[in-house]
Design a protein around this ligand. Structure first.
Ligand code: SAH
Length: 217
């Protein structure tokens, strides 16, 4: 047996860590039980895929900490009929979890390489309800809008206006916002008939939302 125990034990520990950090929603836990994080982490860090920590991926980006993925997912209150937009595909892990819970997931990243690699994992997993895009996600996807839910997994100073505009009435967006790389808050925005309601959830730390497409990497 390795340091990490058998895969059944590893899975139990993974789910236990999620619950102990406040991920309690049954649909979120079921989705996270199903999606193997190991498929999204490559190279020297792959043996740490089941630990509750962020890990480096290609292009200087990170795959988020599983408990943060879980808390963001449950904060979205996703229903099976929903169409969800994710800004910041990264490894594809968050999108694969959303794909278990929603009708369709649109995910955007500014790094072509990350999108290509994530798409390859989605293909292997036969996730037919995820569509990937290489674009600057701060503009959203006007052609596919409006969305029931939007999740942003990179931090901006404020919620980007185009994303707010692409949310349905009664829709929910979860995103990290903050003035610096070190102090950010996870917030939940609900679109009402008359405006937007903002709720602060917890402090977090994400890579920044960067304007424009990345240069070819
Ligand atoms: N959700 C990912 C983690 C994302 S890390 C996962 O599950 O692995 C943040 C990602 O946001 C990075 O891949 C980065 O390239 C992307 N990003 C940053 N600014 C962006 C922008 N303006 N448009 C699209 N993607 C962006």
């Amino acid at each position: 047996m390795t340091d990490h125990g058998t895969s059944a034990e590893r899975k139990m520990q993974f789910l236990f860590a999620l619950r102990s950090r406040g991920v309690t929603d049954a649909r979120t836990l079921a989705a996270m039980e199903k999606v193997d994080r190991g498929a999204f982490v490559r190279g020297i860090f792959s043996d740490r895929a089941y630990e509750d920590m962020p890990l480096p991926i290609a292009c200087g980006q990170t795959i988020s900490q599983p408990s943060v993925v879980g808390l963001m997912t449950q904060a979205l209150l996703i229903e099976p009929r929903h169409r969800v937009l994710e800004v910041g595909t990264g490894s594809g892990y968050q999108a694969a979890i959303l794909a278990q819970m929603a009708r369709r997931v649109y995910t955007i990243d500014r790094h072509q390489r990350l999108v290509r690699e994530a798409q390859a994992v989605f293909d292997r997993m036969e996730l037919g309800n995820v569509t990937t895009f290489v674009a600057d996600g701060s503009h959203g996807l006007p052609d596919q809008a409006p969305f029931d839910r939007i999740i942003v997994t990179a931090a901006a100073e404020d919620a980007p206006g185009p994303l707010l505009a692409q949310l349905k009435i009664d829709g929910i967006m979860v995103l990290p916002v903050g003035q610096s790389d070190t102090v950010q808050s996870l917030i939940r925005v609900r679109r009402l008939e008359t405006g937007y309601d903002y709720e602060e959830l917890r402090p977090v730390r994400f890579v920044p939302l960067v304007e424009g497409l990345a240069k070819e990497d």
